[in-house]
Ligand binder design. Sequence first.
Ligand code: FEO
Ligand code: CA
Ligand code: CA
Length: 659
Amino acid sequence: MRHKNESIDTLIERRVSRRDFMAGGIGLASAAFLGGTALAAPGSASASAIGVASQAAGGGRLGFDAISTSTADQVRVPLNYTARVLYAWGDPVSDGPAFRQDGLNTAEEQAQQAGMNHDGMQFFPLPLGSDNADHGLLVMNHEFTDEGLLHGDGEGPDGQANLTAEKVRKSQAAHGVSVIEVRKVDGQWEVVRPSKYGRRVTAYTPMRVGGPAAGSELLKTEADPEGREILGTFHNCAHGYTPWGTYLACEENWDVYFRHPTAEVPEAYKRYGVSDNPRWRWADADERFDTGKNPNEPNRFGYVVEIDPYDPNSTPVKRTALGRFKHENAAFTLAKDGRVVYYMGDDDWFEYVYKFVSSKPWQPMDREANRDLLDDGTLYVARYDDQGGGEWIPLVYGQNGLTEANGFKDQADVLVHARKAADVVGATPMDRPEWIAVHPETRQAYVALTQNGRRGDEGSLTRRDFGSKDPNAPNPREDNVMGHILRWKETGNDPAADTFRWDIFVMAGNPNDESPNRRGNIRGDMFAQPDGMAFDPRGILWINTDMGGGGIYPRKGGAYEAFGNNMLMAADTETGEVRRFLTGPVGSEITGAHVSPDGTTLFVNIQHPGGGGDHYVNHRHSNPKEPKAISSWPDGARGGRPRPATVVVTKNDGGLIGT
Ligand code: FEO
Ligand code: CA
Ligand code: CA
């Protein structure tokens, strides 16, 4: 690392070895399992090698040859790198059934296979407590489905009929989370099959409720009169991890699975986007998603879900203390006194940035003691001022106007209606907060504000009426179709602080665009609409783009045409330099980029290849009669349909990614 760090306090020094902290989250996590005498973890040598390499690189730490923009239907990486598909939609998690290219796998088969549209992802070393970078568990979200590709004949002949209970069940089984065991054999990564760890969590897996909203009236349903057991998680976008080795799946656009029976949608639903015309039609065959019949069911989604990947029989837990909104990711860092801190974005137009600070410190030597650590703590929301300062406002019942007078009954009510609580306390509306990433050494936090083309429009059902839609200092563009990345540093460099200083790291855009609103100030290769972000062990920031969300192809003549397909960028946050490292196939979004603890493997997800054509835009799914109309990645001529997939990128000489 180039900066000798003053920021890592003595407490962390005492708790885990410095080298493991520098090796990144999982290095930190794995050190935690080892107990006091074993803190010089096996594998930590790799972390010091990373330090040496970064210094040797001299001026810049990005050593690869940047690649050009692309419209090719393939994954492209720089010279001297290789990309291989590891785990595509429909591949078995263990020794289950094989994928059928005709799309006719059953719901039961799908529940034993990779779900669709891989998103956030994390590598957990095996065995638990090691720093092994050659063998581990890869855990990932499957954000959503393209019903036109999921079923052999789509939702039905015209997408409006024939939506059987079996198809709804298959759709639910294609959502959720995968846990797969992966191992490097002769330099190549493979999925271990069979594996006792291989597991799918779906939209109907039983989960426990933890935190202040457990047992609340707001969570009680006919099927769960106690308000303590929920079936499933879905639309899991990005993720987080804990230093005790669990995975956090975040629930994002869960609203579009519920159907309200009339156009008179109650305010509490409307605030989160629930409508009478949802994109998914699960309510056709599953009453749970009909809000007329199950009015509290929507209150049971929008959380961070903790999953222990090391125990395939563990019950996932919804951690309500972290609030209910459209969670993008949960970015981990540690307060000076050892309490765990998560930064979280709520990905919607004019929504907010949040932070959770646990009440108790993490116990590195006692995994069991951390089991319910995320049930008790304080949720804050960010207010940014125009002078580069900001404060964290606690969302605590009875404080800051979160009282009966403003419609809040108790802390559960505040957390379940976190958006409304944040409105009341005067949080700053942002240009769609996507992932947040924390620098492993400086602890500076970066948030991707992906875009906001809605300033000034009349809004839709999914949004409240904002007092002001004017640009503000942290979101300065009148028409922010390109997005930007903002960062902050906490006062005293303590993530538990109440105040912070912020600035804008980069405004994305095309340097040749005639509009200053869209031009940006990137030092290096152009990109737009940053979404996924993660730091690697060397402190390189990997920026995944999602230009246009689902509707990205074709975009002829538009402001995004020059960018081509979505891409993965590497940024040196010290120099501000940005280089293009990977481009995806047609219609895909790049997400989940995650570098292994030793720095030599990049795991990255290719989401919705073939997505976003006219048919998709008009029908909200691809055309089942022409599944390969836009992309046939990755199976090409052999395949029957495009498949989202995890790709593994390595340097041909086995070196560090990005050098
Ligand atoms: Fe699922 Fe905000 O992207
Ligand atoms: Ca995203
Ligand atoms: Ca996005």
